[in-house]
Design a protein around this ligand. Structure first.
Ligand code: NAI
Ligand code: MG
Length: 347
């Protein structure tokens, strides 16, 4: 049997870091089924050429032929472009990848990582403001823009279940619910109450008794992340808060270029570095490939290939601890390829 992996580098440094992840996977040999890679298109560049940011073919092949996928990053414009919509946001919805799981771990204080950071951000991936229902009208005082924010019991419950499951499997078994119910008492209130009620669901009765539950307003959660990151173990959040909190947590360990994620559903998993397409360093060959390699590890772990995942993680950790071959985001002077070679050597 082979492992069919869809590769969607998309734009910017995605094209530099996803090929690195591919090579790292290939180096695992018999620890995983023989990988077969299928190159797939999505992103801003393909949109500018064809008018389509997420070709149907990409979605069909992911659905029908792939066991899993790795996504790079897209260069979504900050202005409204008719016909364009972020393909990663669309893919998460189309494949029902409802959980975005983002571990942030400090492995080497000696390279400036804040010690005692060992947390997972569990971000709801299908709703909140990312339903992208925006309108603009002319009001009495000029232009008025509105965005709809959707929070459902269904989506909050399943992300809550995922978060309890992850917390229960960790030594500290501690879950913090991130919200802003003091202001948004209906939407965030529903999220908070639904997640809190997960342990009482008949299907999981008693299962999460060992998990302690805390909650924190999103703004003070960012503050506490910087002051005392050790209070957090698993953090569960609606889509936008989860996006922001995970970038903030990335700063504690030195770089966004280290933080992996998976987009997970009940039937499919897609690894994806948390960072974007980094236009400021695109094409220079200095993007940090470690987030993508760790994303490959997370993806493999999710599929049950623990040995292969451990080997990738250990190799990445060893390169960071060694500290001599790092990209400039970690104050090193090495290139993407040199870091990849260092990882391959560890493997
Ligand atoms: P960004 O994550 O691309 O970059 C933020 C900063 O981190 C930049 O200084 C960049 O050089 C640095 N950085 C990020 N990844 C790095 C890596 N692997 N190695 C070294 N340095 C790294 O965020 P930004 O600048 O806000 O967004 C740029 C573009 O990326 C936008 O078009 C945005 O829409 C898109 N984006 C796409 C995402 C995705 O595909 N899932 C996620 C976030 C942003
Ligand atoms: Mg983000």
């Amino acid at each position: 049997r082979s492992l069919k992996i869809g590769l969607i580098p998309a734009d910017g440094i995605g094209k530099e870091v996803i090929p690195a992840a591919r090579q790292a996977i290939e180096a695992l040999g018999s620890d995983i089924p023989k990988p077969e890679f299928i190159d797939l298109l999505a992103g801003w560049e393909v949109f500018t050429k064809t008018g389509v940011a997420l070709p149907d073919e990409t979605v069909d092949i992911l659905r029908n032929e792939c066991d899993c996928a790795l996504f790079g990053s897209v260069s979504s414009p900050s202005r409204k472009v008719v016909g364009y919509s972020s393909p990663i946001v669309a893919l998460r919805k189309k494949l029902d990848l409802y959980a975005n799981i983002r571990p942030v771990v400090s492995v080497a204080p000696e390279v400036g990582q804040q010690p005692s950071v060992d947390l997972i951000v569990v971000r709801e991936n299908t709703e909140c403001l990312y339903v992208k229902q925006e309108t603009q009208t002319e009001g009495e005082k000029g232009k008025e823009a509105r965005a709809t924010r959707v929070i459902t019991e269904y989506a909050s419950r399943r992300i809550g279940q995922m978060a309890f499951e992850l917390a229960n499997a960790r030594p500290r078994k501690h879950l913090t619910i991130i919200h802003k119910s003091n202001v948004l008492s209906i939407t965030d209130g529903l999220f908070r109450e639904t997640v809190r009620a997960v342990p009482t669901l008949p299907a999981v009765a008693g299962k999460y008794d060992g998990v302690t539950i805390a909650e924190q307003l999103v703004d003070s959660a960012v503050y506490r992340l910087f002051r005392e990151p050790e209070v957090f173990d698993v953090m569960v959040a609606p889509n936008l808060y989860g996006d922001i909190i995970s970038d903030a947590a990335a700063a504690l360990v030195g770089s966004l270029g280290l933080i992996p994620s998976i987009n997970a559903g009940d039937n499919f998993v897609m690894g994806e570095p948390v960072h974007g397409s980094a236009p400021d360093i695109e094409g220079k060959g200095i993007a940090n490939p470690l987030a993508s390699i760790r994303s490959a590890a997370l993806m493999l772990r999710h599929l049950g290939y623990v040995k292969g995942a451990d080997r990738l993680d250990n190799a990445v950790d060893a390169v960071i601890r060694d500290g001599r071959i790092l990209t400039p985001d970690l104050k090193g002077t090495s290139t993407t390829d040199e870091v990849l070679q260092a990882v391959l050597k560890q493997l």
